[in-house]
Ligand binder design. Structure first.
Ligand code: COA
Length: 188
């Protein structure tokens, strides 16, 4: 994973560092809190607050959190959470991949290529070194900015992703989007 001068990198696994996870959860809330408030029940299928569902997910076994901190202010700048696992990203084939659970950049640090550098490190360094076939992730279908970001970085809709449905109405055709898409990057 990248190492940038002026930023401290921390790597931890599942719930080995509660203080880091708390900061990461705060950033998820800033970035995507409105989405989780809206879709909590749909995605987690229970009555708990999304924050406690997310916390449980962040504590999953084998989930690695890589975070970057501003050395001067000690603020969280960005992080990603990844899990090596077996999945099918090419129809009919199972392979070892990285599941990208989270990628977040704090609002004041966006558009400075932190996100792109993290994806590049996964695509160009981690996957080839660890003999992994690609990366998969889930993205809210209404998070257009993130979808564009992934597309610009070589990701496409996965063959098994939920897809848009066309519904005929009195006034024409209406497109119904699923709650989320699954996107992947396949190493060639
Ligand atoms: C998606 C995210 C990780 C991207 O990180 P980032 O460090 O800001 O991204 P980068 O600087 O590497 O690249 C930004 C790209 O988005 C483009 N962009 C900037 N503002 C944009 C906007 N309002 N809408 C669409 N694209 C935009 C930039 O032009 C740039 O494209 P380029 O690579 O072709 O130049 C970051 O925006 C983020 O944390 N978003 C909130 C959390 C989130 O949605 N995470 C994904 C969950 S699945």
């Amino acid at each position: 994973m990248p190492n940038w001068p002026g930023f401290k990198r921390e790597i931890c696994i599942s719930n080995s560092n509660d203080k880091i996870l708390e900061k990461q959860l705060q950033l998820i809330e800033i970035n995507l809190g409105s989405y989780y408030n809206k879709y909590n029940k749909t995605i987690y299928k229970n009555n708990k607050r999304w924050q406690s569902n997310k916390w449980q997910e962040m504590c999953s076994e084998n989930l690695f959190h890589v975070s970057y901190w501003n050395v001067e202010s000690n603020e969280l700048v960005c992080f990603c959470s990844i899990m090596p696992c077996e999945e099918s990203i090419v129809e009919g084939e199972m392979s070892n991949i990285i599941y990208l659970y989270e990628i977040h950049v704090a609002p004041e640090w966006r558009n400075q290529k932190f996100g792109k550098s993290i994806l590049n490190a996964l695509k160009e360094k981690l996957c080839p070194k660890a003999h992994l076939s690609g990366i998969e992730l889930t993205v809210f279908s209404s998070n257009e900015r993130a979808i564009n970001f992934y597309r610009n970085n070589g990701f496409t809709l996965s063959y098994d992703s939920p897809s848009d449905k066309r519904r005929r109405t009195r006034t024409g055709i209406r497109i119904i989007r699923p709650t989320y898409y699954i996107m992947c990057y396949v190493l060639r």
